[in-house]
Design a protein around this ligand. Sequence first.
Ligand code: SF4
Ligand code: SF4
Length: 103
Amino acid sequence: MKWDIDDVQKWPWHKHPPGLVNPDTGNSVQFNTGSWRSRRPALDLDKCSQCLVCYIYCPETSIQVQDRKVTGIDYDHCKGCGICAEECPRQAIALEDEAVQAG
Ligand code: SF4
Ligand code: SF4
């Protein structure tokens, strides 16, 4: 099948062909995305100002928060992307090699 996409920028949403459909949304909690992490974020709560920027940016919702305060990191689902460390204004999160932590 060949599509004529010359005017694709003008297509309304219903003209786009369906792509992948996930019939079981929210199932990511069942998958341990932390299992393939090579680097892990180490949190230093002494430096943390509880601004929650890391919580907002984390694509895996792996920053654990209780009573509006960061309490830790969910390493079962953290994939080690490092966005939290990059965005933290207090340098309270540092990425470390997984092997260093595990050893
Ligand atoms: S971004 Fe940094 S300072 Fe802000 S809550 Fe997260 S660890 Fe703490
Ligand atoms: S390294 Fe990535 S996935 Fe892990 S807590 Fe930070 S932002 Fe989330």
